[in-house]
Design a protein. Structure first.
Length: 283
């Protein structure tokens, strides 16, 4: 039985037994493997970095989706950048107030592959009449579209290789351009304990476009090294501080069933560990 060892950090990592290889492809520019593991089910890894697993994907997808949507309270139009596995789209479409969800994915093959090997991630979301799938470069879309959105969710890979542009000032400027007034932008931002400079860089790049640039946290087991930080950008500073009673009422009215997210988790997610606070204060 082979093992897969993640290579995200030099000198530290996590290892999985590879019980069965479902798909593997090596090109000149990337290596993709999808395999079965007895603890986490189906795992997808790109260039030696775990992207998603069957067992714990709900933590990431629920927190990246429900926190901005319940904070906003009335998001009719949602834009998803990336997210080819369909998990974000699945969670967005659980919100009855969402009338239209556009997902921009650079490669149709990613969607097709995830529908084949990780079907529970999308769980039929790609067949939903409210979903609009656009095959395009995310940064080009946000810089050129004439559409406007209430919430924008960037579900991208780590800021290395092709995913790096989705952590750039040009991308954030494009997102601000197509975000409705009072809207919110969120994005995955790495594991802060291991990548604290990413938090500082993201705030620096978001600050010209959003008056409130901050972060909230989620503990995703296979994104190792401590809490994952999720970036938050909005010109409505009150969205980050919506009170518990309001979030509870919105959550109850939605009828949404969750496995990680709940209103108390929502409110507490914005309480950052002191090492992140210190890193932001030192800028």
């Amino acid at each position: 039985m082979a093992n897969f060892t993640e290579t995200l950090y030099d000198g530290y990592g996590q290892s999985f037994s590879v019980d069965e290889v479902l798909f593997e492809q090596q090109t000149d520019s990337w290596h993709l493997i999808i395999f079965r593991n007895k603890v986490f089910g189906t795992i997808m890894a790109l260039d030696g970095i775990v992207q998603t697993t069957e067992r714990d994907e709900f933590v990431y997808h629920e927190m990246l989706t429900h926190v901005p949507l319940f904070a906003h309270g009335n998001a009719k139009r949602v834009l998803i950048i990336g997210g080819g596995d369909g998990g974000i789209l699945r969670e967005v479409l659980k919100h009855p107030e969402v009338e239209h969800a556009t997902q921009v994915e650079i490669d149709q093959a990613v969607i097709d592959m995830c529908k084949t090997y990780l079907p529970n991630h999308s769980d039929g979301a790609y067949d939903n009449a409210r979903a609009n799938i656009v095959i395009d470069d995310g940064i080009e879309f946000v810089c050129n579209t004439q559409e406007k959105f209430d919430v924008i969710i960037s579900d991208c890979t780590d800021p290395v290789g092709p995913g790096e542009v989705l952590f750039s000032s040009r991308f954030y400027e494009g997102c601000k351009r197509c975000l409705n007034e009072g809207g919110v932008f969120v994005a995955q931002n790495g594991v802060a304990f291991m990548q604290i400079e990413e938090v500082q860089t993201t705030r620096r790049r978001l600050s010209p476009y959003f008056s409130d640039q901050n972060f909230y946290c989620a503990a995703v087991p296979t994104y190792v090294g401590g809490n994952m930080t999720l970036a938050w950008g909005s010109d409505n500073e009150g969205l980050r501080d919506v009170d518990l009673k309001t979030i509870e009422a919105r959550f109850k009215d939605s009828g949404i069933q969750t496995r990680y997210y709940n209103p108390r988790m929502h409110v507490s997610a914005f309480a950052l560990p002191q090492y992140i606070v210190d890193a932001l204060d030192s800028m």
